[in-house]
Design a protein around this ligand. Structure first.
Ligand code: ATP
Ligand code: MG
Length: 569
């Protein structure tokens, strides 16, 4: 694992319940003291923040215990899967800071072995070929209150089943005509044990095995057996698989003998004001609600990377939320404060004006400018300093000026004074307006003796604002992101389009200090008083584009806390 040294410096914390189980398994020498985990994504979409939780857990526990982790693509459903998703998933896991080394596998690597396992089950009388169609199978399955009924084909002999199964493989049957089912118990209170389907016919090409197969294993069958084939010791998954565990164990009992993997479930991450379902995220992309999977408003790992979240902040978020068995909704504020806390330490400061108002310093010579020294980080001198050109015409933030200001408004007002950060105190002398009465510029004078760092004046003013010299400013596009949804649990809405936040993206034309011309895509900056930003990949030499990563403070805290408490109550 890369760049995670900060983890080792943290004081020891109590272990979560999964880490406790693993620690005691190591202590008792279960699995020969080994720890082998896997992260098993289905390549049917991009990974999201929920997957980050699973990745941090699976790779994290293995790294902490000297174990190993497989990245295994669960590619058993060729109709929904693609190479684009496979590549994106690999990029995302690496970016998060994890390394599967040579342990990259696919469920499809085991298609032959899985087929053999199915044959073994048939020979043992533990699986049969069923000729019921999908509707009939559903009807025969019964319900939670009603026991199921045996299929009339359930007692086919092993020979008959073997022949039919071979013919299924040979392509002699159409989609849905036959299925292979486990022979367990149609009266089981657990629906997953009522003779679950193990194989179905699908005459579609697979992205890796091409036309080799026309029958594909079901997830439960492929997953548990792949775990066994790889020698997984702890198969960590989300709570919705709890009811599948008896089937998981049953399959391993039939096929694998010694040293079986143990499935342990934990609660999935539900994040307020967002959705964590690849299917629904895909819908947003397909409907053009967002500009692709990596639109910075998306909760995908690709989007968070583009938006400028540092991978360490995501890992820190996963550490803060922890691993439990209880389902709950996590405030977006927890994610954002993990990002903010890290960026506060790491991001160099810059001056940018998002909504420019022109200021002319009437007593400053027209053709002159001077360099002001500005530190890159107020608490960290080792980050150095840069120079800021100062001149006669400047831009300040429009809302740092108020014409009819209340007494406690300490920024600029007619007749008032303010300090320009790293420069001088200025006095507002005149307000210039257009015919419609809009303020178009301010005329100010500067107080020569108040130069930051070297001024001789003792003059004190209450407010300090940021600014950019007009002659040196760079025009930039800035994307201001807000939450994509207006509801704490958008997934509850039938129609996502009814809960979209119309203001989730605001694009503004800003002016930046000259040093940002060289801003590296992905590198974070704090724009003073405004938030954390990074250059977007759409930046050009002519026009940089910046994304707001996160605001300086959590402006949502109150609303969100209330909404989340209500859901979790
Ligand atoms: P989705 O519904 O978004 O497609 P999934 O569970 O079908 O999610 P997989 O690709 O099968 O997606 O997931 C890979 C692994 O990530 C699984 O082990 C799954 O349990 C885990 N995972 C998926 N979503 C979450 C989540 N919200 N929180 C924690 N783990 C998750
Ligand atoms: Mg899945």
């Amino acid at each position: 694992m890369n760049d995670t040294s900060e983890h080792s410096e943290r004081p020891a914390e109590p272990l979560d319940f999964i880490r406790q189980i693993i620690a005691s398994d190591i202590a008792s020498n279960k699995h020969g003291g080994k720890v082998v985990t896997r992260f098993p994504p289905e390549p049917n979409g991009y990974l999201h923040v929920g997957h980050a939780k699973s990745i941090c857990l699976n790779f994290g526990v293995a790294a902490e215990t000297g174990g190993q982790t497989y990245l295994r693509f669960d590619d058993t459903n060729p109709t929904r899967e693609s190479e684009e998703y496979v590549r994106a998933i690999m990029t995302d896991v690496r970016w998060l800071g994890f390394d599967w080394e040579q342990r990259l596998t696919h469920a499809s690597d085991y298609f032959e072995q899985l087929y053999d396992a199915a044959v073994t089950l048939i020979k043992k009388g533990r699986a049969y070929v069923d000729s019921l169609n999908a509707d009939e199978i559903r009807a025969y399955r019964g319900s939670l209150t009603e026991s199921g009924k045996d299929s009339p084909y359930r007692e086919r002999t092993a020979e008959e089943n073997l022949a039919l199964f071979a013919d299924m493989r040979a392509g002699k049957y159409k989609d849905g005509e036959l299925v292979l089912r486990a022979k367990i118990d149609m009266a089981s209170p657990n629906m997953n044990m009522r003779d679950p389907t193990l194989y179905r016919i699908r005459h579609v090409a697979h992205q890796r095995t091409g036309d080799d197969w026309c029958l594909y294993p079901m997830y439960d069958f492929a997953h548990g057996l792949s775990d066994a084939f790889e020698g997984i010791t702890h198969s960590l998954c989300t709570l919705e698989f709890e009811d599948h565990r008896p089937l998981y164990d049953w399959l391993l009992e039939q096929v694998d003998t010694d040293d079986r993997p143990q499935q342990i479930e934990f609660s999935r991450l539900n994040l307020a004001y967002t959705i964590t379902s690849k299917r629904k995220l895909k819908q947003l992309v397909d409907d053009g609600v967002v500009n692709g999977w990596d639109d910075p408003r998306m909760p995908t790992i690709a989007a968070m990377r583009r938006r400028g979240y540092p991978p360490a902040a995501l890992r820190e978020f996963c550490r803060r939320i922890g691993i439990t068995k209880k389902d709950n909704l996590i405030e977006m504020g927890v994610l954002e404060s993990s990002v903010r806390d890290l960026l506060n330490e790491q991001a160099p400061r810059r001056m940018v004006v998002l909504d420019p108002l022109k200021v002319v310093i009437t007593n400053y010579p027209d053709d002159e400018s001077e360099d002001m020294e500005a530190s890159n980080h107020p608490q960290n001198e080792s980050m150095g300093a840069r120079t800021l050109p100062f001149g006669r015409t400047l831009y300040i933030e429009r809302d740092d000026f108020m014409e009819d200001a209340p007494r406690k408004f300490f920024r600029l007002k007619p007749g008032g004074a303010v300090r320009l950060r790293y420069a001088y105190v200025i006095d507002c002398v005149d307000v210039i307006k257009d015919a419609a009465g809009n303020v178009t510029e301010l005329h100010c004078t500067y107080d020569k003796d108040t130069r930051s760092g070297s001024g001789t004046s003792q003059r004190k003013v209450k407010g300090t604002i940021h600014w950019v010299s007009a002659a040196h400013a760079i025009a930039a596009t800035v994307n201001l992101y807000d939450r994509l949804f207006t509801e704490a649990e958008p997934a509850r809405s039938e129609d996502l389009s009814t809960v979209l936040n119309p203001d989730s993206l605001r694009v503004v034309c800003a002016v930046t200090e000259p040093s940002l011309q060289a801003a590296e895509v992905g590198a974070p900056y704090q724009f003073e008083r405004l938030g954390y930003f990074t250059a977007d990949q759409d930046s050009t030499a002519e026009r940089p584009v910046f994304n707001r990563i996160v605001t300086l403070r959590d402006s949502w805290a109150k609303i969100e806390k209330m909404a989340v408490e209500k859901v979790n109550a």
